[in-house]
Design a protein around this ligand. Sequence first.
Ligand SMILES: CC(C)(COP(=O)(O)OP(=O)(O)OC[C@H]1O[C@@H](n2cnc3c(N)ncnc32)[C@H](O)[C@@H]1O)[C@@H](O)C(=O)NCCC(=O)NCCS
Ligand SMILES: Nc1ncnc2c1ncn2[C@@H]1O[C@H](COP(=O)(O)OP(=O)(O)OP(=O)(O)O)[C@@H](O)[C@H]1O
Length: 272
Amino acid sequence: MLVGSFGIQKVSVTQQFCLSIFVGGEGNRGLVKGKDLKQGAKMRLVGLTGGIASGKSTVSSMFKHSHIPVVDADIVARDALKKNSGGYKKVVAAFGPDILQDDGQVDRLKLGRIVFSDASKRQLLNRLLAPYISSGIFLEILKLWLKGHKVIILDIPLLFEAKMDKWTRPIVVVWVDPETQLRRLMERDNSTEEDARNRINAQMSLDLKKSQADIVIDNTGSRQDLQERFSEVLSQVKRPLTWTEFWLSRDGALTALLGVIIGVLAGKNFFW
Ligand SMILES: CC(C)(COP(=O)(O)OP(=O)(O)OC[C@H]1O[C@@H](n2cnc3c(N)ncnc32)[C@H](O)[C@@H]1O)[C@@H](O)C(=O)NCCC(=O)NCCS
Ligand SMILES: Nc1ncnc2c1ncn2[C@@H]1O[C@H](COP(=O)(O)OP(=O)(O)OP(=O)(O)O)[C@@H](O)[C@H]1O
């Protein structure tokens, strides 16, 4: 199913079901406007998003340095397009062999030029890759949950466009002013102004994302400014889990199971 003009596929019904087991569906609305996580939240999935080159990866690295695990949707999307993967086969069938390099891998620069200058082709690419990206993200969350992590950062550039924002709380938006965004993007990718503008315009406006955020990180200033703002955000994200969050995390689930087993054994001794 398409969402808005971005052509991003929503997570499937099965994936929605699985996600709801972890995060409690739309009830996971914690840390919003200063309130703690509550109402059925089962673990804390923090949404990290923003515009292209607004500084998400820079903030992601800060979380990783603070030992908070990050699921990076760009990496999942790259895996979804690796040679001979399911996504690769679908994309090559739809876009033709012209998008391939000599070694058979997708020429990302070439495919990027095509899809960032043509909304219908971008929608097509999004539609083809969406199932692989959403299941890849889900798998990464599952692995981290099994390892016992209770707070996980989901770095998803298209969090709002793909309607995945409803699974994450709080939502952190990394914002920059438009001139800084354009300059940083051109410098980082060594791209022309036209290419950079096309990429920026392919996304929902950064101001609109900012208006839907629980926490905004203004990254227009220096790296030092960003580090200081990050420290404040980190303490919000690491706030103690509520009891509900704890019981439904892996450790909480195991503790509850142990409690039931002990209860049953004690009951047996009592009655026999
Ligand atoms: C078009 C592709 C091949 C270009 O690859 P390239 O290496 O040049 O860019 P990269 O993947 O590193 O993406 C850089 C940034 O572009 C933006 N972006 C990527 N895809 C999209 C998209 N479909 N729509 C809008 N913005 C996008 C994001 O901000 C991302 O962080 C690649 O971006 C892609 O496969 N995109 C579709 C998959 C997708 O939706 N990725 C985003 C994950 S939520
Ligand atoms: N505060 C800052 N001051 C100067 N440069 C910065 C700052 N924050 C980030 N940058 C630089 O801006 C560029 C974009 O940052 P980054 O790659 O983190 O953005 P992003 O949002 O992850 O981009 P994308 O959407 O493409 O994944 C990078 O070259 C990064 O080093």
